[in-house]
Ligand binder design. Structure first.
Ligand code: CTP
Length: 469
């Protein structure tokens, strides 16, 4: 090999190393802020099937987002998709050959659909049309996408339909969706209601990008994590943000909690298969929170938070109480704006209910996880609080540090369990910290729930196994 070629190769390797390093940093920073996926998309190969629907252009957005998170995307198009979007567009975005037509082979003579089924980590179909849903449900394979889909066994397939309401609500389409949902590896992300391209309004609108990404993330997590690490069928309620207590119609008493950690925990438990309800206070301003594929309840005052918990906990298995609840609330709420005066103004506050302790007393069968923000003697306060609140777990962070405190994107915690386990979560993004906590608690939670008997004489885990849930 000439030295010139050697230099060229070394230069290329160096370039690649720098590229992956920079991309890794970008992913770690941006992905966690906006998506909360940790590093889970990094290095993954997503096969994206595009069908012939108006929403075909939305495939471009998904490609960009998956790439930003570190994944490689190969696009496969149905013949009708080409009427809506040019293969060249997808080729330019993915930097890869677009697979189309029906009888294509790769450079080694291997049929594309088989090669993709071997190499891909997830098959995503967006937009899935009524026609392709029907073909998939009945095992038809007459184009590049359906031949890829029929070869796609044992790996996650995420189907994201979009079509006119009449087509979506047609009993034949719904029956085809039901057939597909019976397959273990298939997730169907249902369309939402909204304005449709045809001018009508109704269900059939493509699910939001945030919903798409979280659904793909969950499908990949379920396929790669061991069964005992998952929360399939387990109902988890998570609280996030700071409560807001009104003083008068204009002013409020609140705190600096951003809710980022609570939302990251909701994302993490959802990805691990839990059925999640997030109770977020009004202070949680994460833009795409409404588009998460799990239930969201909004509250402001601590009394509303308590009421929401009392409504949800009779049907829950786990509570993760990450919200920062006011310890004191105004003794009176003025009906009219308190006006400026010349005298000193004294605000009268009364101690608030300890909601977590009240929930522990009211719902002893729910596995309770508390959070504590401390500024000093962290471990001492944690052990005292764990016992005082009667929770199974207390996660503690030191909010005196600005790099991991309120509103920061990173966190460093210590998790104390009632059984005496101490789990250190080193400084990392809130998304990764949440993933670590959710994974670290799975054995304890399964053990706790296996001893809990629900009203029909079964344990929650037996209900999941028997298909009651
Ligand atoms: N918590 C609650 N109700 C309150 C105050 C706190 O449910 N009125 C919950 C929080 O959501 C958290 C846990 O209790 O999960 C610990 O909160 P923290 O503020 O650290 O504990 P406090 O009991 O308020 O103790 P202190 O503020 O004096 O440290």
């Amino acid at each position: 090999m000439s030295s010139c070629v050697l230099h060229a190769n070394l230069y290329k390797m160096l370039q690649m190393a720098v590229f992956f390093c920079v991309r890794g940093i970008l992913v770690a920073n941006t992905g966690d802020i906006q998506g909360g996926f940790g590093m889970d998309f990094l290095g993954k190969h997503i096969v994206l099937g595009v069908c012939g629907g108006v929403a075909a252009y939305k495939a471009c957005e998904l490609i960009r987002e998956l790439q930003r998170l570190g994944a490689t995307v190969t696009a496969v198009m149905t013949p009708d998709a080409e009427a809506f979007i040019k293969p060249l567009t997808l080729e330019a975005l993915t930097h890869r050959l677009v697979v189309r037509g029906s009888l294509t082979v790769d450079a080694h003579g291997t049929p594309w659909h088989i090669a993709l089924a071997q190499q891909g980590d997830a098959l995503v179909i967006l937009p899935a049309t009524a026609n392709t849903l029907a073909k998939l449900a009945h095992g038809l394979a007459d184009d590049a996408l359906t031949t890829t889909a029929i070869s796609w066994t044992g790996k996650p397939m995420v189907i994201i339909p979009a079509m006119n309401t009449r087509m979506w609500e047609n009993p034949l389409t719904l029956r085809n969706v039901a057939i597909l949902q019976e397959l273990d590896n298939v997730t169907v992300v249902p369309p939402t209601s909204g304005e449709l391209a045809c001018g009508e309004s109704g269900s059939g609108h493509l699910a939001a990008l945030t919903n798409q990404l979280h659904s793909i993330h969950r499908a990949m997590t379920l396929a790669t994590q061991p069964k005992e690490a998952l929360y399939l069928g387990i109902r988890v309620v998570i609280t996030a943000g700071g409560t807001v207590e009104p003083l008068d119609p204009v002013r409020v008493l609140t705190n600096r909690s951003s809710g980022k950690m609570g939302v990251a925990l909701a994302d993490a438990f959802f990805a691990l298969g839990a059925s999640v309800t997030l109770i977020a206070t009004d202070t949680v301003t994460i833009a795409d929170l409404n588009d998460r594929p799990y239930s969201l309840v909004r509250v402001a005052r601590s009394a509303e938070l308590q009421l929401a918990l009392e409504t949800l906990l009779p049907h829950a298995d786990v509570l993760v109480m990450a919200a920062a609840v006011s310890d004191f609330i105004p003794a009176d709420v003025a009906a009219q704006k308190i006006k400026r005066g010349k005298e000193a103004f004294e605000l009268s506050l009364t101690p608030n209910v300890d909601i977590l302790a009240a929930m522990v007393a009211q719902f002893p069968s729910v596995y309770m996880v508390g959070f504590a923000a401390e500024t000093h003697d962290v471990e001492h306060h944690a052990q005292e609080k764990l016992a005082r609140k009667g929770v199974q777990v207390l996660c503690v962070n030191d909010v005196s540090r600005s790099d991991i405190g309120f509103n920061a994107d990173n966190n460093e915690l210590t998790v104390f369990t009632a059984q005496g386990r101490i789990i250190a979560v080193e400084k990392t993004s809130k998304a990764l910290a949440a993933q670590k906590i959710a994974s670290a608690l799975s054995t304890d939670i399964h053990h706790y729930l296996s001893n809990k008997i629900v009203f029909d004489g079964q344990t929650p885990l037996a209900e999941v196994a028997n298909g009651v849930r």
